[in-house]
Design a protein around this ligand. Structure first.
Ligand code: ADP
Ligand code: MG
Length: 342
C-alpha cells in the first residue's frame, strides 16, 4: 500500500470514528408502572443522553396526565367530580381533562352509546371498580343502576371549563380512553425532544413512530385471546397507533364465572366472549383506544360496520364461536392483507 492510500484509509477510519464519537446513535428501552399498567418506551436517538432524557420526559408527561385524569388520584378533576356532594354544581377541571371528556362524548355519539364514560355505577355494581362482589348482580339491581348511566347527562361549560352531572349518583371514568391519550402525549414529547423513531406501549395501547431501523419496521403482535404465549398475527406499523381491548388481561370472577371489565351501557351486562378481543389501528392512540372499547361493546357486526365507515381506521375483531372455535371479522381495508394462526 502506498503512502497516499494509507493516508486515505486512515482518514476514512478517523472520520468514521469521529462521527461515532460525536454522533453515536442509541436505542434505549425503559419501563415504568403508571396509569395502572406497565408502560414500555423504546426510543432511538442520536446519543444515549439525549435519548434517555427524552424518554424520562415522556414518562413525566404520562405521570402528569395520571394526576389529572385518574379517578383514584385525590384532587384530580375526575376525583373531584365523582366525590362532589352536589354534582349539579359545576366543577372546574383542567383544560386537558375537559377536552378528553368532550372527545369521549363524541365517541359515545359515534358509537350510539356503546362507549360511555358514565358507566361507573355499573362497574361498581359488578365489582369492577372498588370492592369486588361475591354475587352476580340481579336484573332489578342492574335496572336501577342503569338510571344513573348516560353520557347525555354530562353538562359541560366550554367557556368556564366546568363539568356537572345531572344525578348525584353519576360518576365518570376515563379508563377506556386515557391511556390512548397518554400514549399520544408521550409520543409528542419524544418528538419535541428530537426522537424520530420510537414505540410507546401502555398495556396494549401502542404508537409506532418511524421505524425500528433503516430496514425494519415496528411490528406489533396480536395475542391469542386464550393463550398468552401465542401470537396469532403480526402487523407492521409506521406513524400509526394500535389499541387492543380484550377479556383476557383484566377480568373478574363472580360465582365461578369470568367476566370482562367492559360493560354494555345499554344492557348493563359485561361483554361475554363476543368479542374476546378487538384491535383497532388508527392515526392516533386516543382514537384507537376509544374505538377498541366501543367496538368491544358493539360486537363484530355493528363494530366492524362503524370502523368501515371511518377514514384511516382498520379493525380486527376476534370472537368465540363454538366450543374451541374463533371467528375473525376484519374491516374491508384489511381483507386479504392479514393472516391468522390459531
Ligand atoms: P384496557 O384498560 O384493558 O386497555 P379498555 O381501553 O377497553 O381496556 O378500557 C376498559 C376500561 O374502560 C374499563 O376498565 C373501565 O374503566 C372503562 N369502561 C368499561 N366499559 C366501558 C364502556 N362501555 N365505555 C367506556 N369505558 C368503559
Ligand atoms: Mg380503550
Amino acid at each position: 500500500m502506498n503512502r497516499r492510500n494509507l493516508l486515505f484509509i486512515t482518514g476514512i477510519i478517523l472520520m468514521t470514528f469521529g462521527w461515532e464519537c460525536t454522533n453515536p446513535s442509541a436505542t434505549i428501552k425503559d419501563t415504568r408502572f403508571l396509569l395502572g399498567t406497565v408502560i414500555n418506551i423504546t426510543a432511538k436517538g442520536d446519543s444515549y443522553n439525549e435519548t434517555k432524557d427524552a424518554i424520562d420526559k415522556a414518562f413525566d408527561e404520562i405521570a402528569r396526565l395520571e394526576s389529572i385524569l385518574s379517578k383514584y388520584k385525590e384532587n384530580s378533576g375526575i376525583y373531584n367530580i365523582n366525590n362532589s356532594k352536589d354534582k349539579a354544581k359545576p366543577i372546574k377541571i383542567h383544560d386537558e381533562a375537559f377536552g378528553i371528556i368532550k372527545r369521549s362524548i363524541e365517541f359515545s355519539k359515534l358509537s350510539d352509546g356503546a362507549f360511555d364514560i358514565t358507566c361507573v355505577p355499573l362497574l361498581e355494581l359488578w365489582g369492577f371498580a372498588g370492592t369486588p362482589v361475591l354475587k352476580t348482580p340481579d336484573k332489578n339491581g342492574i335496572r336501577k343502576v342503569l338510571k344513573n348511566v348516560g353520557f347525555e347527562n354530562i353538562i359541560l361549560d366550554e367557556d368556564k371549563k366546568t363539568v356537572s352531572l345531572s344525578s348525584n349518583r353519576m360518576k365518570i371514568d376515563l379508563g377506556g380512553i386515557a391511556k390512548g391519550y397518554a400514549v399520544d402525549r408521550a409520543i409528542a414529547v419524544l418528538k419535541d425532544n428530537g426522537i424520530k423513531n420510537a414505540i410507546v406501549d401502555a398495556g396494549g395501547d401502542i404508537y409506532c413512530l418511524g421505524s425500528k431501523s433503516k430496514n425494519l419496521s415496528w411490528n406489533v403482535g396480536i395475542q391469542h385471546p386464550r393463550d398468552k404465549n401465542k401470537l396469532i398475527s403480526r402487523i407492521s406499523l409506521k406513524d400509526k397507533a394500535v389499541a387492543t381491548s380484550g377479556d383476557y388481561e383484566r377480568f373478574f370472577v363472580i360465582e365461578g364465572k369470568k367476566y370482562s371489565h367492559i360493560v354494555n351501557p345499554k344492557t348493563g351486562y359485561p361483554v361475554e366472549e363476543v368479542p374476546m378481543s378487538v384491535t383497532v389501528v388508527a392515526d392516533d392512540c386516543t382514537i384507537a383506544d376509544a374505538l377498541a372499547t366501543a367496538v368491544f361493546v358493539l360486537g363484530p357486526r355493528d363494530g366492524i360496520r362503524l370502523l368501515n365507515g371511518m377514514p384511516n381506521v382498520s379493525g380486527i375483531v376476534i370472537s368465540k364461536s363454538g366450543k374451541e372455535g374463533y371467528t375473525v371479522d376484519l374491516t374491508e381495508n384489511l381483507k386479504g392483507k392479514i393472516g391468522f394462526k390459531f
